[in-house]
Structure formats: C-alpha cells, structure tokens
Design a protein around this ligand. Structure first.
Ligand SMILES: *Cc1c(COP(=O)(O)O)cnc(C)c1O
Length: 397
C-alpha cells in the first residue's frame, strides 16, 4: 500500500509540481490549461516538438500492425533505420537499445570485445573526461565519474579512468597497455554545455590511431540535428569515431537508442555476445524512421543552423544586458546554455514563473535545448520571457 498523503513513487526525482496534460509543437499545456513555452524538450528528447503529426501518424500506423516480436526474428524496420543512420554517418553497423545508458553500455562492451577478439583481452580501460555524463547504470556512472552519482552504490565498475577536461598531458599520460578507448561527448550536455574544440576532437582521433585504441563518442544529447548537422562531430573533418552512442532526439519522445560502429569494430560482437528484449522494437523503429524523414528532409538542418545563429545572438544580448546574473553563453546550435552568476536553479525557477521551461546543468549552467522545429517568433517570445524573468530577479537581488 502506498504511504498515506505521499507518493507511491521512488523519491529519486525532485519533481516540480506542474502536471502537463498535452503538448503541441514547442508548447505544453497543464491540467489547468496554462500554456508553457518548452525550451527543455524533455531534456533534448522532443526533437520535433510535441505531437508532431508525422510522428503521431507513424506510431499509430505501426501500432495497428505489430508492436513487438523480439530480436529472435528478422526486423525490416531495424534494417531500414540502421541503413539510414549508416548512409548518413561514419557507421556501418547498428545495435538498437531503449535508452542512452544502454547505448553507452553497448559501446563499452563493443570496445572491450574488439580488443579481446584481437588478442588484447587486457585492454579494458576507457578514459573519460571530468564533467562527463553517460547515464545512470552502474557502468555509466562509473564512466561519468561524478561523485554525487556514485555515492552509496559500492565500488565503481572497474575499467574507467578520468582526466581533466582539456588536459592534453594528463590524457597522454593516462594511456597505457590496458587502454581500450577514449570516450567523449563532442559537446558536454549535463556537464554544462561545453563543446570540445574542433582541433581537440581531431587530436583525439590521431591519438587513438597512434595508440591502437578506439574513439567512442556519446552523442546521446548533441546528436540528431541539434547542432545543425545530423551528428555534432560531422562539423569536423577527420574526427570520426569508431563507436558512437545515440538516443534522446532519435526517438522524438519514444524511448529509442542505438550504438553505431564501424564494421571492423562491430565484428567483435558475435551472436550471443550482447542482447536486448525491447531494443529496436517495431514501434520504436517506426518513430525513429519518422524522425529521420523530417530531419533529413532538404533544408531542415540548414534551417536549424539559421535558427541557432539567431538564438545565439539573442542570448548573447541577454547576457550583455544582465551581467550580474549571466556570465556567458555556451554551446553550439540549438544546444545553448547560460553560464550563470546567480544560482542556475533560481534562474530556471524564474523562467518557469514566466511559463518558460529550461533545464539546469552542471557548472551552474542553464540549458536551452528547444525542439528543432521552433521558429524565429518562438525564439523572440522566449527572449521576452527571459528578459522579464531576469529583470524581476535583478530587482529582487
Ligand atoms: C541523457 C544522456 C545519457 C543517458 O541517457 P538515458 O536515456 O537517460 O539513459 C547519456 N549520455 C548523454 C550525453 C546524455 O545526455
């Protein structure tokens, strides 16, 4: 029985007492009919906004045909989505999952297994960077290395080493004959919207090639059009990974993730080496394919790039207007953040009071990660709401 006067849910989340009932585009409506402008997008998940007609239709059509058969049988829906992901990236093989954490878990196993098959079973260590976030499974919190997330859960999973963000010497020193891979988010999301400089990603690729180790990207947050390219690293030549985890945006709100890899590296994963019950189920694949229909349409990503430039300029103006509250603007594309001087959670709350939703991140940052489908009027409205909220905060302060 649920305790009287309290929730039957785990109290693992500090939930804001708002109850959303319906969504349309970048708007959310509460059970009391109040309208919010959504620049949180389910934490960069609702890539095409809420109730996108093409996604709704794809899910309905698939729901009437077939929900689930397991990975014991062929899946034309998986083949189709995998082919499209490969045609549009470095990848040649795809394993579908239900979440970002699972995609990263598959990435870790794929990297270790490849070294195992190549006669180097001792190569199990994965090097990560401070501020990283790779999910909440035991392996993912071990990779992320955030003390707050590790506390109380026993010994971290072995085989993860962390170096400071941007410390080239520490990174080189960390590589030894037990290293399997380097893992990095091309743009740190949860860690505070920190892009890795382009030349550094290229440098990581070279370092990995020289050391005979693998480069793994976590594009769970920055992938699927968020920066105006299908994948964030595609802005940079000569910086392709061997393995990459994606999730969030590819499902547009339906739980889907994937681990992408080159043929060479994926070849270590043989029948029986990994598995999932739900991963790649027809409902998820129908939605994933529908998301790509929209994102890969001529002009869509170019549009995102233009909107991103507009948003970035507006945010920079806000930062100039409120120097006591905002230190700087960070990020790339429609993945922007305010590095705050005031407490980031106070700013998120002040925005929310103006019916504008954003997400806090590490390093005292406020994340702005709207649906990719917003238009310039939405950005203008967002800026007006932020201006009102920041003015009130400044007066109160
Ligand atoms: C959200 C996120 C994850 C974890 O995804 P889940 O679906 O919550 O398991 C992993 N990596 C990054 C970069 C993320 O933003």
């Amino acid at each position: 029985m649920a305790p009287a006067n309290s929730s039957a849910l785990f109290s693992a989340f500090a939930r804001t007492p708002i109850h959303f009932e319906r969504g349309e585009g970048c708007r959310l409506f509460t059970n009391e009919g109040e309208e919010y402008l959504d620049f949180a997008a389910g934490i960069a998940v609702n890539s095409l906004g809420h109730s996108h007609p093409h996604l709704v239709n794809a899910l309905k059509t698939q729901a009437e045909q077939l929900w689930h058969v397991s990975n014991l049988y062929e899946s034309p829906q998986q083949e189709s989505l995998a082919n499209r992901l490969c045609e549009n990236s470095f990848a040649e093989r795809v394993f579908f999952t239900n979440s970002g954490s699972e995609s990263m878990e598959c990435a870790f196993k794929t990297a270790r297994r490849w070294h195992f098959e190549n006669g180097n079973p001792e190569r199990v260590d994965i090097i990560t960077f401070e501020g990283a976030f790779h999910g909440r499974t035991l392996a993912a919190i071990s990779a992320g290395g955030n003390e707050k997330y590790l506390m109380g859960f026993g010994e971290p999973v072995s085989g993860f080493k962390q170096v400071p963000f941007g410390d080239h010497d520490a990174l080189k020193a960390a590589i030894d004959d037990k290293t399997a891979a380097i893992l990095v988010e091309p743009i740190q999301g949860e860690g505070g919207m920190r892009p890795v400089p382009h030349q550094c990603l290229r440098g990581l690729r070279e370092l990995c090639d020289d050391a005979g180790i693998l480069l793994i990207y976590d594009e769970v947050q920055c992938g699927i059009g968020r920066t105006g390219r299908l994948f964030a690293h595609q802005w940079i030549e000569g910086a392709e990974p061997d393995i990459m985890g994606i999730a969030k945006g590819i499902g547009g709100g339906f739980p889907v993730g994937a681990c992408l890899a080159t043929e060479r590296v994926a070849s270590g994963m043989q029948p029986g080496s990994h598995g999932t019950t739900y991963g790649g189920n027809p409902l998820a694949m129908a939605v994933g394919n529908a998301v790509l229909d929209v994102v890969l349409k001529d002009g869509f990503l170019e549009d995102v790039q233009e909107k991103a430039i507009n948003m970035r300029q507006r945010l920079a103006q806000l930062a100039d207007t409120f120097p006591d509250l905002i230190e700087s603007v960070r990020g790339d594309g429609l993945m922007q953040g305010f590095k705050c001087k005031a407490l980031n959670t106070d700013i998120v709350a002040a925005f929310r009071a103006e019916k504008f939703l954003t997400v806090p991140a590490g390093d005292n940052v406020v994340r702005l990660i709207p649906p990719l489908t917003i238009d310039d009027a939405d950005i203008q409205e967002a800026v007006a709401k932020m201006e009102t909220a920041l003015t009130k905060l400044q007066k109160a302060g």
